[in-house]
Write a protein that binds this ligand. Sequence first.
Ligand code: PLP
Length: 400
Amino acid sequence: MVTRRALLKNLASLPLVGGLFSTGLLAGSPVQNPGVRRDYFKELGVRTFINAAGTYTFMTGSLMRPEVIEAYNYATNEYVLLDELQDKVGQRIAELLHCEAATITSGAASAITLGTAGVLAGMDQEKVEQIPDLTGMKSEVIFQKSHRIGYAHAIRNCGVKIVEVVTQKELEKAINEKTAMMWFFNGNNYVGEIQDEIFVEIAMKHGIPTFNDCAADVPPVENLWKYTGMGFDMVAFSGGKGLRGPQSAGLLLGKKKYIDAARLHAPPRGNTVGRGMKVNKEEVLGMLVTVESYLACDHKADWALWEKQIQIIHDAVADIQGVVPEIHVPKVANHVPSLNISLNPEKTEWTPDQVRQKLKEGHPSIETVGGAESIGITTWMMQPGQERIVASRLREILLS
Ligand SMILES: *Cc1c(COP(=O)(O)O)cnc(C)c1O
């Protein structure tokens, strides 16, 4: 037996050749001291920050709950068959969320692509391989003009043509034999002329499958079954937003027929539009525990905490000249207590961009959102207690 210490001692006396680096013991990273946790982000010089913004992909989403991390880590230690795990987890999640079927995708966007591909090809393996060439298949997806968001690209991945409508009349007129699906962006339910229930009703009347993109739409928790219950055939949620699951995961919920069809486009199957949208056992198991733990949360207590936190930040700046903080709750997506801080250019020299930059550059660094008009803040993605740091830092900057 060669002990680690003896090995290191021997290595130290050897000349430095390439082979040594491959042992991993002399790699470019600092030599590991047993018992000392590596600070990887620090080693890399990657900035970490207090997330006062919300759930943003470019800020790496949310922080997984400890029980999710535990399940994720557990999964790293065993091999399983990916499809068997997806089957079992899908069944379990469908039971928990009162829908026919469920599957884990690599995010809400992936759920949209897989769901669209599913309605196009059904259970026909030849058609599965043919996408995005839609020769001989239905080829149109309808949605409301006001529901067009960048993520709708996930539909176009499948080669379909998007048909945009505004009124109910236009919608009914647009439906034809080429219509594969009607897609809905839940966050804009109140922006479009046709709201959720009527949308579903029209689709059902014409026998067209519907998809509701609810990516950012928990809380409230009931949304996890509200829209499948309403009759949407497929509903997508992001794993790494309000659910606080793996950021590279999502939920596709809905009718078994469509979930089964969507699965044909998902890994491990290779000759598919969805091959690049891989989730492994860690995300799949992680999402089951994410859903379980989210359902078990004390949602009232969470809400009360967010309200208190946002009030603290509000109050810290409310008396400052030219600063107008306003607490609001977005009606659908990102439905949490939020703070909008406007700055009156006649009464303060600070602009929102400058304040955001100052917050970013401080220690600890703080990320917020908003445009040229205001600074946007939420507290739901913070670690409890960080709201006080944000409050005092904001006050300090605005008074300087
Ligand atoms: C975030 C978001 C998506 C993308 O979700 P991912 O889980 O990151 O793939 C799609 N649609 C809407 C409305 C979103 O907010």
